[in-house]
Structure formats: C-alpha cells, structure tokens
Design a protein around this ligand. Structure first.
Ligand SMILES: *[C@@H]1O[C@H](CO)[C@@H](O)[C@H](O)[C@H]1NC(C)=O
Ligand SMILES: *[C@@H]1O[C@H](CO)[C@@H](O)[C@H](O)[C@H]1NC(C)=O
Ligand SMILES: *[C@@H]1O[C@H](CO)[C@@H](O)[C@H](O)[C@H]1NC(C)=O
Ligand SMILES: *[C@@H]1O[C@H](CO)[C@@H](O)[C@H](O)[C@H]1NC(C)=O
Ligand SMILES: *[C@@H]1O[C@H](CO)[C@@H](O)[C@H](O)[C@H]1NC(C)=O
Length: 534
C-alpha cells in the first residue's frame, strides 16, 4: 500500500495533465476511507450477527435464523423481522460464505428453516395455501407470529428477494454436490416465492419504503431477477418453472417504462418526482458481473443507470446543509428521495453506500471487458468527474480510459469517506444521520446499514456476485401485456441439515478471484487494495 507521500507523488505527477480530476486532498481522503472500510467491515459482520436470533446479543428473544431490522424497540420500534431486510442481509452472508466464511453456515441454514415456517404464518395479508397472499406480508414478530397491527400491505419485493438469497445458497449447494439439500430444503421455499412473484407482480403494492402504493421499479427489478435465476435453479434441481419463463420477459418489458429519458422513475403511483435510492438499489442488486453494461436490465455501468446516479445524487446537493460546501462532481450525502419527511428527511448510511457500490460495480465491468463507452445519455455523469469527457468508446489501453476509471474510483471512495465521517468511533451505524449536523438518528445498529457496507467493500475489492443469467435486448417482448401465471403453494418441510457443509472445490474464496481483474492505472491500481475479504 502506498504511503501518503507516495500518494502525493502520484497526484503531483497526474495533477496538471488531468482536467476535472480529483484534487490531491480528495485522493488522500479517499485512501484513508478505504483503510477504514476494511476495518469497519469486520465490525459490520459482527453487528449483523448480533441482530440474528437466537445467539445474537441484540436478538436473544428472536427465534433461530430470524434477522431483526434493528435492536431499537422504541422511536422507532424495529424489533421485528422484515422479509426484505432479512433477505438482503442473508444474501450477503451467503456471498461471504461462498467466499470462504464457512462459520456463517449455521446462520444461513437457520434462516432457510425460519423462512419455511414464516411462509405458513397467516397474517392480515392472507395465508400460504390456496392463493399465496400471505407471502406478501412485509414483517413478522421475532417469535415467528403474525404482526396484526395496521401496516402498508402487501409488499411484493419480499418474496423475490428471499428467492434470490435462497437460490444463491441453493446454487452453492448444487456446486458442491449437495443436490438433495438444494432439492428438499431450499427449493420448496423458493418455489412458493417464485409462484407469488409470477402471480402478483402485475398488481399494485407498497414500495420498499412502505409509503406509496402503486408499481415500483425496485420491486419489478428484483422480481425479474428472481424469476430468471429461479427458472435456471428449477432445472438444476430437476424441476421446472414455466411460470418463471412466461412472466420474466413481461416484467423486463414493464421495467422499460420506468425510464424517463434522463433517470429512472421509482414508482407509478404516489405522486413523487421519482428520483429515489431504490433505483440505485435495484441496479446493484441486479448486477451481473458476467454481463455487459446493458440499459435493459439497468446494469450499474449502463448509460441509463449512470445518468440516473447523477440525477439521483444531485437531487440532494441543495437540500441537506451537510452538502453545502461540496462541489459538483464530488460525493454528497444522499438519502431515500428528496421529498422525504421521515425523521425530517436525512441521509441514510445504506443509500450513501449504495451510491459508492454502483460505481465499484461499473469499474469492475469496465476493467473486465477492457472497455468503457460514453453515450449521450451518460455524458453528463462523466463530465462532472472528467471535464473533457466525450461520447465514444475507450479501450483499456487508452489514457482516457485510465483517467476516467481513476476519477470514478476516487468519486466512489469519497462516498465511503462521507460514511466514515458520520459512523461512530466504535463503528456503529444507525439508519440515518442528521442532514444538518451529522449525528446519528432513527434506529440504532440497522442491519441493512452494515450489509450495505459489506457489499460496498466486497465490490471495491473486486469480489462480485454470481452471474444470474441476465437476458439481452432480444429477449424483451415487442409488446408489454398485463399478465400473471399461477404456480404452486405448498408448506415446505423443515428438513435436517448436516452439521458441516464442505466445499467440493477446496477454498471457494479462490473462485471469486478467477474473474480477471485488470490493473488499470498507477493511481487506480494502488487504490484497488489487495483482496481483503473482511
Ligand atoms: C386469496 O384467498 C383469500 C381466502 O380465500 C381471499 O379472501 C382473497 O380474496 C384471495 N386473494 C386474491 C388476491 O386472490
Ligand atoms: C401490468 O403490466 C402492464 C404491461 O406492462 C402495465 O401497463 C401495467 O401498468 C402493469 N400494472 C401493474 C399494477 O403493475
Ligand atoms: C478498527 O476498529 C477498531 C474497533 O472499533 C478501532 O479500535 C480501531 O481504531 C480501528 N482501526 C482503524 C485503522 O480504523
Ligand atoms: C457505540 O457507541 C455509542 C455511543 O457511545 C453507544 O451508544 C453504542 O452502544 C455503541 N455501540 C456498540 C455496539 O457498542
Ligand atoms: C439473447 O437472448 C436470446 C433469447 O433468450 C437468445 O436466444 C440469444 O442467444 C441471446 N443472444 C446473446 C448474444 O446472448
């Protein structure tokens, strides 16, 4: 790792020739932030495990495998398990497990079993049997009983996210010769969720922030990804998913209608302007590192998603006092959406980290394909970071490629630097930090804040998710139709697990490194730290 002196030398060497490049203080700040990021990742995993029943220190009254959203029991009371937050957390645990954190196995197996139980709980949303409407229930009590109070129901993204997490684990089982476990323990839970997605994706529901009812881009994106991955998984466990196959292309078709021409409109219904962190979350959660920068699945490096990144982040520049002295083109604190009023409307840790993660994903793909394209759609995004940016395709051997990638890397690291500024010295991160003074507010130790930190750290270190079979433009139907399909709902039996799962391939961690990662420029090569899983 270069010393700060070496950094100043690199910066001096580059400084005068690169227009619009980050200043030397930005390099130094970004470098410090990435040291912090690696350290904070260890804390983040610890805190996530603290929020999982029954051994987690903040989740002792939760059943095994139940993930609480936060230990906070009042103002706000988040001591519940949300299908969405839990799935996003466990998906990340599965990713760490796949990359060598074998100690996470028990938590993942407990989660699978807990979900088999939760799927059968009748709630105000309905039940599992007959029509599956119970799967749209957003949250449950930690003792696996229904929450019967008033709430924003139903929410359609939860089953899709759970399917994605379970399919990732199921694919690991299949890759490591545990076909029976994938088939008997995982697939029956997944099948219920895929059936729900296929049946209800084209009906209105509440968005991920539990506020507006309508159609959500985020929900559509994760539903599409779940059905595509689900169909492939069904075949791997020697079953089939015709309802996945029939509905996925229609969801992809519907997703195109959220593109406004300059950014992604987060929702139809709800009367908002549409700039929203959920669109960035959709992009990073549907990242396929084997695929190119295509606009149709809104890949993180796609012109549409980059243009959207700019419009979304710019929408917070003038509304938070915390962003007052930050120049255009430098990272800003970002929240859910500009007109947010929850706790007064503030930046969130998970959203500021998501802004970084999208850029790390993009960098990975540009390096992997050794090429970067600027289109008229993405030009304004690049101009902010590199004032000479022009429409064109830049090969990795060109200095423009190297300079742009270096500028994007520093820009991404600067989002992490903001998070570092507002995290507590003991590493704790709540849900939000005050838009004026930066103190932490709302739910303490939010599980999702830590998850967002871990995924940002992995992407920065070129540890990327498994490819999920992203389709291409030619698989979008020419006409979008309102449609649905009916699958199968059946109680998944909780089946025994072996006490240890061993990788048939030796250290799985090595596999993550087989996707080539080209060193880019002196600056970026140094900025790209050696592989630190945690
Ligand atoms: C699901 O089934 C329940 C119970 O039969 C019924 O009340 C409800 O209207 C059904 N919902 C849908 C969306 O089909
Ligand atoms: C259902 O799909 C059609 C076709 O894509 C779309 O026009 C409509 O808005 C969708 N409705 C909902 C509620 O998702
Ligand atoms: C890493 O985190 C620990 C625990 O919070 C802290 O004591 C230590 O100072 C941190 N180290 C760095 C380099 O940030
Ligand atoms: C971190 O520090 C804060 C402020 O001192 C404290 O309230 C909180 O309990 C600490 N968090 C943990 C997990 O120790
Ligand atoms: C694009 O998708 C279609 C339909 O799934 C498939 O037949 C075709 O081979 C794909 N083309 C490429 C280049 O991947």
């Amino acid at each position: 790792m270069p010393s700060l002196l070496a950094w100043s030398l690199i910066v001096l060497a580059l400084g005068p020739t690169v227009l619009g490049a980050p200043s030397s203080s930005e390099y130094v700040r970004a470098e410090e932030a990435t040291i912090w990021l690696a350290n904070e990742s260890e804390i983040a995993l610890e805190r996530i495990l603290s929020n999982i029943g029954r051994d987690g220190q903040y989740a002792r009254s939760a059943e095994p495998g139940i993930v609480i959203a936060s230990p906070s029991t009042e103002n706000p009371d988040y001591y519940y398990t949300w299908s969405r937050d839990s799935a996003v957390a466990v998906r990340t645990l599965v990713e760490l497990f796949r990359n060598g954190k074998s100690g996470l196995q028990t938590h993942i197996m407990n989660y699978v079993d807990a979900q088999a139980i939760l799927q059968t709980v009748s709630s105000p949303s309905g039940s599992l049997t007959s029509n599956g409407t119970g799967l749209g229930e957003p949250k449950f009590r930690v003792d696996e009983k229904a929450f019967i109070g008033g709430w924003a129901r139903p929410q359609h993204d939860g089953p899709a996210l759970r399917a994605i997490a379970l399919i990732d684990f199921g694919n690991w089982l299949l890759d490591n010769k545990y076909e029976k476990l994938a088939r008997n323990n995982v697939w029956p839970v997944v099948r219920n969720d895929l059936s729900y997605v296929a049946q209800y994706w084209n009906q209105t529901g509440y968005d991920l922030w539990e506020e507006v009812s309508g159609s959500s881009f985020y929900a559509a994106s994760v539903q599409h990804r779940a059905l595509v991955a689900g169909e492939a998984f069904a075949h791997r466990v020697r079953d089939s998913c015709d309802y996945c196959k029939s509905q996925a292309p229609q969801i992809l078709c519907f997703m195109q209608s959220f593109w406004t021409g300059s950014y992604i409109n987060a929702n139809f219904g709800g009367g908002r302007s549409g700039e929203d962190a959920s669109t960035v979350l959709a992009s990073i959660q549907s990242y396929d590192p084997a695929g190119s920068c295509d606009d149709f699945t809104f890949q993180p490096c796609s012109p549409r998603a980059l243009a959207n990144h700019k419009v979304y982040t710019d929408s917070f520049r003038s509304i938070y006092a915390l962003n007052k002295d930050i120049a255009q083109g430098a990272a800003v604190n970002v929240g859910r959406y500009p007109d947010d009023v929850y706790y007064g409307g503030n930046p969130w840790f998970l959203t500021t980290l998501a802004a970084a993660e999208q850029l790390y994903d993009a960098i990975y793909t540009w390096n992997r394909f050794k090429s970067l394209t600027i289109t008229s759609t993405s030009l304004s995004f690049f101009r902010d970071l590199y004032s000479d940016a022009a429409v064109g395709t830049y090969d990795a051997s060109m200095s423009t490629f190297k300079d742009i990638v270096a500028a994007v890397q520093i820009y991404a690291d600067s989002y992490v630097a903001l998070v570092q500024s507002y995290a507590m010295t003991n590493g704790s991160m709540s849900e939000q930090y005050d838009k004026t003074v930066g103190t932490q507010i709302s739910a303490r130790d939010l599980t999702w804040s830590y998850v967002a930190l871990l995924t940002a750290n992995m992407r920065r270190n070129a540890i990327v998710p498994q490819p999920w079979g992203k389709p291409n433009f030619s698989s979008i139907p020419s006409i979008c139709v309102a449609t649905a399909a009916t699958g199968t709902y059946a109680t998944a039996q909780v089946s025994p697990w072996p006490s240890t799962l061993t990788s048939a391939n030796g250290m799985t961690r090595a596999m993550a490194m087989t996707i080539p990662y080209a060193a880019i420029t002196t600056v970026a090569a140094h900025a790209q730290r050696p592989l630190i899983l945690l």
